[in-house]
Design a protein around this ligand. Structure first.
Ligand code: C2E
Ligand code: MG
Ligand code: MG
Ligand code: MG
Length: 281
């Protein structure tokens, strides 16, 4: 009897596991097609100067509109792409599309592009960046690459070397989601970051009065200042959060309070306008 019960339990679980794997396989196949079928596009979220409110640039964020699955979040399909080697062609497409678009904006408006650790494992990444810049005509200092701390967990496998070569092209580099990953401060002094992006969780915590979150933002701002780097507060949703991170010395801000990720034409229109006019409107 006990044996049967056990087997019953086993059988009850197996189909669920099977469906999960099957769903992944189907989603992965669809993602493989998505690039060819033109189902991917980019949205652009404003990044503004914390003090003046002027537009500094946009972060390119990939979107997948699947005819079969609808809108799939990048939080879901980017990890899938990373596990299935699809991140290489997708990452390259994102980079080229973002550079092509940014070349149409006024000269002071930058574009930030997220780069997965796997993309940096390939030494050819430098050529991809150089070619995206050459084809679009975008000057290197208007492109900012965003990497997370996880890149440095694979050290010794070439990511740092690739980053050095990319930096030699003149592009900017920022450290995304700072404080959420594996933290070793060594690479902060070894790598030429232009800015550190402080994760939304600290911004939210600080606004709720969490002492530790405030202390961490203060410390990161001080560290960045002494290393000659800017600090961007991520995920600023309210005026109160904006005031706070500004008081704490963050130099740039990004979040729903200033603008959601926008379709390409809306971002283009915004790029050409004065940001204070836009906020007054
Ligand atoms: P991320 O690079 O940290 O991007 C910021 C995420 O926070 C975006 O989510 C953005 O929509 C969201 N966000 C911005 N402001 C606010 C706010 O005020 N409140 C809240 N709640 N959220 C806000 P999204 O677009 O869903 O992207 C999620 C993550 O997927 C990104 O996090 C990034 O790690 C990854 N990702 C997106 N596009 C790409 C890409 O082209 N390549 C790679 N490798 N990763 C990408
Ligand atoms: Mg980012
Ligand atoms: Mg981020
Ligand atoms: Mg984040």
């Amino acid at each position: 009897r006990a044996k049967d019960a056990g087997r019953g339990v086993f059988h009850a679980y197996e189909p669920a596991l099977h469906v999960q794997a099957e769903e992944r396989r189907v989603l992965e196949m669809a993602l493989r097609q998505a690039l060819e079928n033109g189902e991917l596009h980019l949205n652009y979220q404003p990044v503004v100067d914390a003090g003046t409110g002027n537009l500094k640039g946009f972060e390119a964020l990939v979107r997948w509109n699947s005819p079969k699955f609808g809108n799939v979040s990048p939080a879901k399909f980017i990890p899938l792409a990373e596990e299935s080697r699809l991140i290489k062609p997708i990452g390259e497409w994102v980079l080229r599309a973002a550079c092509d678009e940014a070349a149409k904006w006024p000269g002071h408006v930058r574009v930030a592009v997220n780069v997965s650790p796997d993309q940096l494992q390939n030494a050819n990444f430098v050529n991809v960046v150089a070619s995206a810049l050459a084809n679009s005509g975008l000057s290197a200092d208007r492109l900012e690459l965003e990497v997370t701390e996880s890149v440095f967990m694979h050290e010794g496998l070439g990511a740092t070397k690739t980053l050095e070569r990319v930096l030699d092209l003149g592009v900017k580099l920022s450290l995304d989601d700072f404080g959420t990953g594996y933290s070793s401060l060594g690479y902060l002094s070894r790598t030429r970051f232009s800015s550190i992006k402080i994760d939304r969780s600290f911004v939210q915590g600080a606004a709720k009065g969490v002492k530790e979150a405030i202390a961490i933002i203060r410390a990161v701002v001080a560290l960045a200042q002494s290393l000659g780097m800017a600090t961007t507060a991520e995920g600023v949703e309210t005026e109160a959060e904006h005031k706070l991170v500004q008081e704490l010395g963050c130099t740039k801000v990004q979040g729903y309070y200033f603008g959601r990720p926008l379709p390409v034409d809306e971002a283009r229109a915004l790029a050409g306008r004065r940001w204070d006019d836009v906020r007054a409107a």
